[in-house]
Ligand binder design. Structure first.
Ligand SMILES: Cc1ncc(COP(=O)(O)O)c(C=O)c1O
Length: 424
């Protein structure tokens, strides 16, 4: 599986919708992130049809926090998972009803918590004992705040496979939950709905995810029976991986759905789970394959036998390939019909040797002015870079939906700082 194949080519050029990429970039300029809403829809459809009917999908806004992108998922009936007050505001502007929004993440400020409480969102996912106290203090018995506990479960894991377990800044250790849960159950300022667990990111193996879900479900069952509570929500988190290179298998969402179905059936056999709602909150899976980061080649040089293709954009715009340590699928978008006859390293203009987003990849003969496309860039792209490093303008963002093209974020020139005296 290769994400490049999700897009059409004609006469050697990549097409987005019915338009040649060269014509698009003439209008938008570059560097550019472009997203295809049709691919978002098909990812959502694939996931929805594979999951048991009891499972609600919440789009993890952090993956691509452009309002126009969030709107695509809102219109498809998803809920939203947000990680900051600003993402919460964005989700509401995108039309998500407050009760369909979950707010998770460590270090929520008092201002952010008050906003979430005021808007009566679906759930604030509590990440620490002190956060619970802050929520209690800001809530009233008249309008109890729905909360869930994010659990740092000590998974039995294979090295590098699952992100959580051990000492973590995320969630509350499983061993600490019982006492806090008792407090929450006995305080009428909050409505304690259930538990949340995020197993990791870019997990492309259904068995790995199913194992994590099973362990979490078993833990929830023991804990809830112990607490004698009816569990209203269980949130299994996100982390659904996507393929990167030729030959990478797609996450088998059907197999995952079957495992989840069995887990849910198992839980339903106990009356405390008879009304439980089940949630997942993927980001990358829904939006990653829909996006391409596009940057023009500005120079080509050789160093000790190796060819470096230098682009106008680099890891200040597309940092995640480095963080994930992956060569994202890359192509010359105006030479899609030519043979990949050269081995090159694609680098940006930054003064750090980390600024190389594809190392030793095969491409057709590159030339200055060609358009390099980095596929799989719909998630953790635009906002997960270091956009201000070296003071280049930010990229623009564009969306194609139902045959129409939209600029969904204009490029911005960096500010150069200011000097304003502080008076005391
Ligand atoms: C709590 C939480 N939920 C959901 C996500 C989305 O993860 P992914 O994009 O890997 O599905 C993240 C990502 O960091 C997260 O921290």
């Amino acid at each position: 599986m290769n994400q490049k194949n999700l897009f059409k080519t004609k006469n050697g050029s990549l097409y987005i919708g019915s338009i040649d990429i060269g014509r698009i970039v003439k209008k938008t300029g570059s560097p550019l992130y472009i997203y295809d809403a049709m691919i978002m829809r098909s990812q959502m459809k694939k996931l929805k049809s594979a999951m048991p009917k009891e499972v609600t999908i919440h789009y993890a806004v952090k993956a691509n926090p452009n309002r126009a992108v969030a709107e695509v998922f809102q219109k498809l009936g998803a809920g939203a998972e947000v990680a900051s007050g600003s993402e919460l505001t964005l989700a509401m502007k995108a039309g998500f009803k407050p009760e369909k929004i979950i707010f998770a993440g460590p270090g929520k400020s008092e201002k952010e918590l008050k906003l979430a409480i005021k808007k009566q969102i679906g759930s604030i996912n509590i990440e620490s004992e002190t956060e619970l106290f802050r929520v209690l203090k800001a809530s009233t018995a008249k309008r109890p705040t729905p909360i869930a506990f994010r659990v740092n479960l000590d998974f039995a894991k294979k090295k590098g496979e699952i992100m959580i377990g051990g000492p973590r800044k995320f969630g509350i250790d499983d061993t600490q939950i019982k006492n806090l849960a008792k407090k929450a159950l006995n305080d009428n300022r909050v409505e304690f709905t259930g538990f949340h667990c995020f197993p990791g990111t870019q997990l492309a193996n259904a068995k790995t995810l199913a194992t994590a879900y099973r362990q979490f479900a078993t833990w929830v069952k023991t804990t809830a029976i112990n607490l004698n509570m009816n569990v209203k929500t269980i949130n299994f988190g996100g982390g659904f991986g996507i393929p990167f290179k030729d030959g990478d298998a797609e996450l088998d969402v059907k197999a995952l759905g079957k495992s989840l179905n069995a887990i849910i059936k198992g839980l339903r056999s106990s009356p405390i789970f008879s009304k439980t709602r089940f949630l997942i909150e993927p980001g990358r899976y829904l939006v990653g394959p829909s996006g391409i980061y596009i940057s023009r080649i500005t120079d080509i040089k050789k160093s000790r036998g190796e060819t470096f293709v230098i682009c106008e954009g680099g890891i200040h715009h597309a940092l995640i390939p480095i963080v994930l340590n992956k060569n994202y699928p890359t192509a010359i978008l105006n030479k899609m019909n030519l043979r990949n006859s050269r081995t090159v390293t694609i680098a940006g203009p930054l003064c750090t040797s980390a600024d190389q987003f594809s190392r030793r990849v095969k491409l057709p003969q590159p030339e200055t002015g060609d358009l390099i496309g980095v596929f799989n860039s719909g998630a953790y792209g635009y906002t997960a870079g270091m956009t201000l490093f070296l003071s280049h303008p930010t990229p623009s963002e564009a969306l194609v939906e139902n045959g129409d093209f939209y600029i969904i974020r204009k490029p911005k020139k960096p500010e150069h700082g200011t000097r304003a005296k502080i008076e005391f």
